[in-house]
Ligand binder design. Structure first.
Ligand SMILES: N[C@@H](CCC(=O)N[C@@H](CS)C(=O)NCC(=O)O)C(=O)O
Length: 207
């Protein structure tokens, strides 16, 4: 066993790495870390990931953090032609949506998630939830339009881009809040969740 993954399984960013491993058929060892598991503030962990967050991997001595970078690395190493598109433009398309998930989509969803899922009702901030909901809805409209007429986010085939987008869509569609109907997005979600590797990682309620 040469691939080790640090991170609690309910983290959206750890889920990307686990899902990628599932798609690629990779064996790995996962060490629970972050949240109630701690570990991330230890000097040992910080020497590996100075940010003190999850995920991080050690692949036969090569340490890497940042979930999308890890997903790209595993895809490039083991998934050329599948998760890692060999066509430059298809790969750039997948790459673009991964960056968009990380910099535009998930940040807008964060406060709704934290308030509705991780904060007791009496301490929730309704204004923050609404601002986050509205911002996420606007981003979801962009994604829904992009998915209309596409099977997967970068075209006809499932790629690494669908992993980053997929975990975010999973979170959005499972938040207990009001959402616009998004037919293309909902059909896409059903397609990706039909994949055994996705179902395995995303089957539990969001926590
Ligand atoms: N940009 C980083 C963000 C990682 C991140 O925010 N991780 C969260 C969990 S999703 C974390 O470690 N939180 C602290 C903790 O769990 O203790 C990535 O994509 O890997």
């Amino acid at each position: 066993m040469t691939l080790r993954i640090w991170g609690r399984a309910n983290s959206i960013n750890v889920q990307k790495v686990l899902w990628a491993c599932g798609e690629l058929g990779l064996a790995f060892e996962r060490i629970d870390a972050g949240g109630a598991f701690g570990i991330v503030d230890s000097p040992e962990y910080k020497s590996m990931n100075p940010n003190g967050i999850v995920p991080a991997i050690d692949d036969d001595g090569f340490v890497l953090w940042e979930s999308n970078a890890i997903t790209r690395y595993l895809a490039a190493k083991h998934g050329a032609g599948t998760l890692w598109p060999t066509d430059l433009r298809v790969r750039a398309d997948a790459d673009r949506w991964m960056d968009w998930q990380c910099t535009e989509y998930s940040p807008r969803m964060r406060l709704a998630f934290w308030n509705l899922v991780r904060t007791p009702k009496e301490k929730q901030d309704p204004a923050a939830i609404e601002e986050s909901r509205a911002g996420s809805e606007a981003m979801t409209a962009i994604l829904d339009a992009a998915l209309a007429g596409r099977t997967f986010i970068a075209g006809d085939n499932f790629t690494m881009g669908d992993i980053a987008i997929g975990v975010a869509v999973h979170r959005w569609l499972n938040l207990p809040l009001r959402r616009e109907a998004r037919p293309a997005l909902e059909a896409y979600y059903a397609r990706i969740m039909a994949r055994p590797a996705a179902a395995k990682v995303l089957s539990s309620p969001i926590t």
